[in-house]
Design a protein around this ligand. Structure first.
Ligand SMILES: Nc1ncnc2c1ncn2[C@@H]1O[C@H](COP(=O)(O)OP(=O)(O)OP(=O)(O)O)[C@@H](O)[C@H]1O
Length: 370
């Protein structure tokens, strides 16, 4: 909001500061944006019909969690104009809300704390992730029901938490679904891989206790903690990775009145321990598997509805897919790859179905550990 307030002032002939915003794309390219904002020091500015004395000062060398320096902005105006502050703050507030409205903020671990990963991202549409028929809606309704049951939990002294375990082979939409669900329910995401180096039990615990508001926590590679069953050493040091007991402690940490919704993902459910599947830790376990016939049809329609209005090419595609024995044996990511390669070209996708054979996953089920 302070950012929005600073931008609201029209800089006159005062000290200006150049604000640089750099953004790096995953491909390595970087975009830089410059803007002029009033610098530190004293300014006289006009807002509506009032003159305001502005004193913008930096507080020592302290930085907030986002790496921005702490600042104090003192605004002074005539007593008769004091009401304009209300207008000014509500305008600044709506400016700052506009910049994140319709977007999802993703937080990751940096400098031992949650930090936004770049700017807020455009929401991922809920139906852009195609899970097995009815599964996405079922999870969404469960989260909604949980969000509506706050007083029920608090009245009964039950920690207000819900956990979901999404498991299945790579590229079946586990991460993407959590992003789409966050968009649908106006949540942000704090994501973390449990196999990340340097993530200790204590740090994980601290992070779980300090989640930004209205944020899903997404713990990826949950099985990593189960590979590392080492308990704390005598001196209390638990090593540079998260342990099994560390994960359980972090999930069970001190409850607050705010909801905590955790999604855990794994490609190896057989490595997990039953102690994880306990209410509040994991309330719902869902398998996201290879693309079913229904998912294939849905994804086809999402890509080619315009080029194939009567669905005849889709029928051809499905026939081919069945001939090659690809139903329930290729990931939705592989299917998406084929459709992206043949963007706006359904015939190309039909002709290239055979390429999916390379992405076929062996269907060997590993027995679950007791
Ligand atoms: N069910 C799906 N519907 C739509 N797109 C999907 C689906 N599954 C995967 N994709 C696409 O494939 C890519 C990889 O998906 P994602 O990272 O969500 O998979 P994942 O299951 O989390 O994989 P991993 O287990 O390797 O982390 C994304 O671009 C995503 O859009």
């Amino acid at each position: 909001m302070v950012e929005a307030l600073i931008r609201r002032f029209t800089p006159g002939l005062h000290h200006l500061q150049i604000k640089t915003a750099s953004q790096k794309t995953p491909g390595g390219a970087s975009h830089t944006h410059f803007s002029l904002v009033p610098g530190h020091g004293k300014h006289i500015l006009r807002f509506k019909n009032a003159f305001i004395a502005v004193d913008r000062q930096r507080e020592g060398k302290s930085f907030d969690a986002q790496g921005q320096p702490f600042e104090t902005i003192k605004l002074t105006t005539l007593y008769a104009h004091r009401h304009i502050f209300e207008d000014m703050f509500s305008e600044a507030h709506s400016l700052s809300m506009q910049s994140i409205e319709g977007k999802t903020m993703v937080y990751t671990l940096r400098n031992m704390t949650w930090m936004p990963l770049g700017d807020a991202k455009r929401k991922r549409p809920f139906d852009s992730v195609v899970l097995e028929e009815g599964m996405a809606e079922m999870i969404r309704d469960d989260v909604r029901e949980f969000l509506n049951a706050r007083t029920w939990y608090l009245d009964r002294g039950i920690p207000y938490r819900r956990g979901y375990l999404l498991h299945g082979p790579p590229g079946t939409g586990k991460t993407s679904f959590v992003q789409a669900l966050a968009g649908e329910l106006d949540f942000n995401i704090a994501m973390l891989s449990l196999s990340q180096r340097g993530l200790t039990d204590d740090l994980l615990n601290q992070l779980m206790l300090n989640l930004p508001p209205r944020t899903f926590v997404l713990l990826e590679d949950a099985d990593a903690a189960f590979n590392n069953r080492r308990q704390r050493d005598e001196d209390g040091f638990s090593g540079a990775t998260v342990t099994f007991s560390g994960l359980l402690n972090a999930l069970d940490g001190v409850a607050s009145a705010e909801e905590r919704i955790a999604f855990m993902t794994t490609n190896h459910i057989e490595r997990l321990d039953d102690a994880l599947i306990r209410p509040g830790r994991v309330d719902m376990t869902l398998r996201l598997g290879e693309a079913t016939l229904w998912q294939m049809e849905q994804m086809w329609d999402r890509f080619y509805a315009h080029q194939d209005p009567d669905g005849s090419k889709r029928t051809l595609f499905i026939e081919r897919v069945e001939q090659y024995g690809l139903v329930n044996s290729v990931s939705t990511a592989a299917l998406q790859g084929l459709f992206l390669y043949n963007k706006d070209d359904p015939d190309g996708a039909v002709n290239m179905v055979g390429q999916l054979l390379m992405a076929k996953t062996p269907t060997m089920e590993v027995p679950k550990k007791n």
